[in-house]
Design a protein around this ligand. Structure first.
Ligand SMILES: Cc1cc2nc3c(=O)[nH]c(=O)nc-3n(C[C@H](O)[C@H](O)[C@H](O)COP(=O)(O)OP(=O)(O)OC[C@H]3O[C@@H](n4cnc5c(N)ncnc54)[C@H](O)[C@@H]3O)c2cc1C
Length: 370
């Protein structure tokens, strides 16, 4: 990181963006004794953040098949870091470390085999997962359709009740005396934040605005994702289940109160308009094939949001005097935020090693130093 700068205690720090990264960083800095002001362009209770739309999976293996090896390493870091943070938040109930399950219909078994091969290739060896037969699948998830004959169990994956986590982080930020401004879009500058009311000076500004930070990153893009939230008492799942299909991978993530988040789509578009009929039909019918018990589920919500991504689909942290920007968490926010936040915090604290410095430090591809 260039121009590394230490802020021991009691600095005035502005955090722009109260999504996942912004809340985590603000909370940690308040614990360190800084005076933190958190700004968000939208609502804080029902945020416009991608973090609110997300499914909350912490899935290093699933993501490795489609990402860089560093995503796997940072994901492993997250599996160790989240329980520590949740313990200090008194929120261990939000963490579910029960692995994830991948299944495919008989005609799509090749997808599962290919996924296993891709993983072995990415990890340069046999991946830590188990092939299951139908009896083993149903021992893990008794309510899945009986037609699944083979599956893959990835024991070292987890999921979070992400909306409850965002709520608890906000409550803790307020309890620790953080100042929170909702509906307050800002622009960030070294040592300054600009709101509609003018500029305000801080010792340090941290920009966590996700797709709202284009001002700083010419190469930042939004990648559309769509979700359905359904509720039914007819089926229980203990872990995320992914349905492999030649055209998409559907995932279903269990949430409290018999709610389920279903998603699949990753669309190279910055369109924030509502879920299309085609996506809705595809998600619904794939869900029904996972278990006909979903037929009577009630659709509570359809979500659309943009994942903040750079050209290399990796996160980047840049720093100049008085301004740190952290962005590009793409489809792995919950997986990568611990690594990104700990990297950034180590720099501010001026002590401890900055984890993943090689991956995270420096300017995103196609962007020079500003
Ligand atoms: C459909 C979907 C499913 C996903 N599922 C998963 C998953 O299962 N696991 C996983 O690891 N990741 C998942 N993600 C990715 C994850 O949500 C993102 O990577 C993560 O939220 C990025 O965090 P962030 O804090 O950088 O940005 P965000 O969470 O988007 O937060 C940015 C915040 O900045 C605010 N902001 C923007 N502009 C301004 C401004 N000018 N002034 C002040 N505030 C501003 C926004 O209002 C927002 O609150 C998913 C994403 C989507 C869309």
């Amino acid at each position: 990181m260039d121009n590394a700068m230490t802020h021991s205690t009691e600095s005035t720090i502005a955090v722009a963006g109260a999504g996942l990264l912004g809340r985590l960083v603000a909370w940690q800095l308040l614990r360190d004794g800084h005076a933190v002001t958190l700004y968000d362009a939208g609502d804080l209770e029902h945020p416009a953040a991608a973090a609110w739309t997300a499914a909350g999976m912490v899935a290093p293996l699933c993501e490795t098949a489609v990402s860089e090896r560093s995503v796997y390493e940072m994901g492993r870091f997250a599996l160790a870091q989240w329980p520590r943070w949740l313990e200090s938040l008194d929120a261990t109930d939000l963490w579910h470390h029960q692995g994830s399950l991948m299944v495919a219909h008989a005609q799509d078994m090749g997808e599962l085999t290919q996924f296993h091969r891709d993983l072995a290739h990415a990890l340069d060896g046999e991946p830590p997962c188990q092939t299951l037969d139908d009896a083993e699948i149903h021992r893990l998830e008794p309510d899945l359709a009986e037609s699944f004959r083979q599956g893959l169990y990835l024991p070292d994956e987890a999921h979070l009740d992400n909306r409850a986590l965002l709520d608890r982080l906000l409550a803790e930020i307020r309890r620790l005396g953080g100042t929170c401004h909702a509906h307050c879009p800002v622009s960030t500058f070294p040592g300054e934040v600009e709101t509609r009311d003018g500029r305000r000076a801080f010792d340090l500004v941290i920009d966590c605005r996700g797709t709202g930070a284009r001002q700083h990153h010419a190469s930042l893009r939004g990648v559309r994702g769509e979700t359905l939230h359904v509720q039914t008492a007819e089926i229980r799942l203990s872990r995320p289940v992914r349905l492999m299909h030649p055209r998409y991978q559907l995932y279903v993530v269990p949430k409290p109160d018999q709610r389920f988040v279903i998603g699949a789509t990753q669309i190279e578009s910055e369109d924030r308009s509502p879920v299309s009929l085609q996506s809705s039909l595809e998600l619904g019918s794939a869900l029904y094939t996972l278990s006909p018990a979903f037929a009577e589920a009630r659709i509570l919500e359809q979500g659309v949001n943009l994942r903040p991504a750079f050209r290399d689909n990796l996160p980047h942290v840049t720093q100049r005097d008085g301004l740190i920007t952290a962005n590009g968490l793409f489809r792995h926010g919950y997986l990568l935020a611990p690594a990104v936040a700990c990297h950034l915090l180590a720099s501010i604290r001026g002590r401890g090693e900055q984890p993943f410095a090689e991956t995270l430090t420096g300017h995103p591809p196609q962007e020079g130093a500003a």
